[in-house]
Design a protein around this ligand. Structure first.
Ligand code: FES
Length: 116
């Protein structure tokens, strides 16, 4: 997500604080909840991304899965999703994950819970 210099994107009420940037290292996953939404945030190839935190195949919390590069693997039946756009890279899941905007600003990771 691009922002012009000086603009503070997290002044938008839709952004919620997730963690400090240093807490989310490469291939780390962290879960955050807002209302009824469960969101999983990960760092893949240096960038932060956020997708819905429950697998679209059956009920499984993706924060317990693994992130390898951009491939987020479900811990239950091992479907693989592209964390950048939520698409299915490998079944058995056949529905993509909802995607949220994730940004790093001022040493912290933020997610826009309204989705993209
Ligand atoms: S619950 Fe995720 S692949 Fe089945």
């Amino acid at each position: 997500m691009q922002h012009s210099e000086g603009e503070n994107p997290v002044l938008d009420d839709a952004y919620i604080y997730v963690c400090s940037s240093s807490e989310l290292e490469e291939d780390d996953l962290i879960e955050c909840k807002t209302g009824e939404e469960t969101i999983v945030v990960g760092r893949g190839e240096g960038k932060v991304y956020a997708v819905e935190g429950i697998c679209t195949h059956a009920y499984s919390e993706l924060v317990d899965g693994e992130l390898d590069g951009n491939c987020l693997t479900c811990p239950l039946h091992f479907a693989c999703f592209d964390i950048r756009d939520g698409s299915v890279l490998e079944g058995p899941a056949d529905k993509p994950l909802r995607v949220y905007k994730a940004i790093e600003y001022d040493g912290s990771v933020w997610v826009n819970y309204e989705g993209s």
